[in-house]
Design a binder for this molecule. Structure first.
Ligand SMILES: [Zn+2]
Length: 220
C-alpha cells in the first residue's frame, strides 16, 4: 500500500478534529501532500471519525484522480488539490465547520485580531472568502485568491466554514484548532463591549517573534 507513514499521520490527525470539538458526525477533513511523489492522502467521503484507518484513507494525484483507495475521496478533494497545485509551499489542508469561526463565516465577516495569541499564529485577522459551491474546485480557487499576500493560514468561507493550510499537515491542523480558539474569544469579547485593537506595528512584532524565536530550536 502506498504512502503508509503519511496515511498513518493523516488518520491520526483526523482524530484531533473531534478531540478538539471542531467537527460533528462525518463533517470535516484533513489531507496531506507527499513532497516526493506529489500524491495527496485524504479522508474517504462520509466515513465517521472512529471508523477511519490508515488503510481506508484515499490516495489521489494532483488533479484529484484516485490512485489507490477502496472508497471515494472527500467531496472537497478537488478544492484541496487546487490549493496544492497553486501553493507549492502548502503540504497540508484542513476543513472544519467549527462553531464560533463558522458563525463569523455565516455573516461573511473576518475574525478580528484582538489577542496576542491570535497575532502569533495568524499575524492579524482571519479573512473570509466569498460564497462558493461544494464539489468542484471553486472553494479552492476562492481560498487561494483570499489568502494571496495574506499571513493567515486560515480562511473562512462565507456561509460554509473554515479551511486552513500549512507547510506540514500538523501545522494545518494546529491552525484549525487555533482558528476556533481565536474565534471563540473574539466572539466572547464582542459580547462584553468594544475590544481594543492591536496596532499593525505590534501585530508585526508578535507574529515575527512567534514564527522565528518562540519554542525550541531544531537540532542542527
Ligand atoms: Zn464543509
Amino acid at each position: 500500500m502506498k504512502l503508509m507513514p503519511l496515511r498513518e499521520k493523516v488518520c491520526a490527525l483526523h482524530q484531533e478534529l473531534p478531540r478538539n470539538n471542531l467537527v460533528v458526525w462525518s463533517m470535516g477533513n484533513v489531507s496531506a501532500r507527499d513532497p516526493e511523489s506529489g500524491l495527496v492522502v485524504i479522508k474517504p467521503s462520509g466515513l465517521l471519525f472512529p471508523d477511519l484507518t490508515p488503510a481506508n484513507m484515499v490516495v489521489v494525484d494532483a488533479d484529484g484522480n484516485v490512485v489507490e483507495g477502496d472508497y471515494s475521496p472527500s467531496s472537497d478533494t478537488a478544492s484541496h488539490c487546487y490549493i496544492y497545485r497553486h501553493r507549492p509551499d502548502v503540504h497540508g489542508v484542513v476543513h472544519t465547520h467549527s462553531r464560533y469561526a463558522t458563525a463569523f463565516a455565516a455573516l461573511g465577516r473576518e475574525i478580528p485580531c484582538f489577542l496576542t495569541g491570535m497575532a502569533d499564529e495568524f499575524g492579524g485577522p482571519i479573512p473570509c472568502g466569498g460564497f462558493a459551491l461544494i464539489g468542484g474546485e471553486e472553494i479552492g480557487q476562492e481560498i487561494v485568491r483570499t489568502l494571496e499576500g495574506h499571513r493567515s493560514r486560515a480562511c473562512l468561507m462565507q456561509n460554509h466554514g473554515v479551511f486552513t493550510i500549512g507547510e506540514t499537515v500538523t501545522k494545518a491542523v494546529k491552525a484549525a484548532v487555533m482558528c476556533e480558539d481565536s474565534a471563540t474569544t473574539a466572539w466572547l469579547a464582542l459580547q462584553l463591549g468594544a475590544p481594543i485593537p492591536i496596532s499593525q506595528d505590534n501585530l508585526d512584532r508578535l507574529y515575527d517573534r512567534y514564527q522565528n524565536v518562540y519554542g525550541q530550536r531544531s537540532p542542527a
